[in-house]
Design a protein around this ligand. Sequence first.
Ligand SMILES: *[C@@H]1O[C@H](CO)[C@@H](O)[C@H](O)[C@H]1NC(C)=O
Ligand SMILES: *[C@@H]1O[C@H](CO)[C@@H](O)[C@H](O)[C@H]1NC(C)=O
Length: 135
Amino acid sequence: MTHLHFFFHGRFAGPNATAVLVAVPPAVIVLDDPLRDGPEASSKLIGKAQGLTAQASQEGTYLLMVVNFVFKAGKYNGSSLAILGRFVPDVSGTERSIVGGTGKFRMARGYTVGNVYIWTASYFVLELDAYIVHY
Ligand SMILES: *[C@@H]1O[C@H](CO)[C@@H](O)[C@H](O)[C@H]1NC(C)=O
Ligand SMILES: *[C@@H]1O[C@H](CO)[C@@H](O)[C@H](O)[C@H]1NC(C)=O
C-alpha cells in the first residue's frame, strides 16, 4: 500500500489554460493539469493529470472524470495511475477509483480522496490523497 499526497492545479482561462472546454452543451473538458507537491503555483511539478471530464447528470454539476496521473519526478517518474470516477466541483471529500496503473503501479487498485483547497472561476487547486495497492 502506497499513500501519496499532492495537489492538482487547474486553470480554465488565459494563455496557459490547462483545462479547456471542447464541447458545450453538455460540457466536455479536456485537461492536462499539473500535479504539484504543494498548493502554490510555484510548488514542484511531480506529474500531470491528463484526460477529460464530461457532464454526466441531468441535474446539478456532476462530471465523469477519466484521467491518467502521469508521474514525472522521484521514484514514480514514468509510472501512471488510471483514475475513473465522479468529479463534483467545489465539494470536498469526494472519492474516485484508481482502476489500474503502469510502471511501479502495475496492477494498481485504490482510491483518491479530494479536498478543495482553492476554487475560483478561473483556477482551482485540489488536495489529493491517493491510497494505492500495487506490486
Ligand atoms: C505561461 O507559461 C510560460 C512558460 O512557462 C510563462 O513564461 C508565462 O509567464 C506564463 N504566462 C502566464 C500568464 O501564466
Ligand atoms: C524522468 O524520467 C525521464 C525518462 O527517463 C527523464 O528524462 C527525466 O529526466 C526524469 N525526470 C526526473 C525529474 O527525474
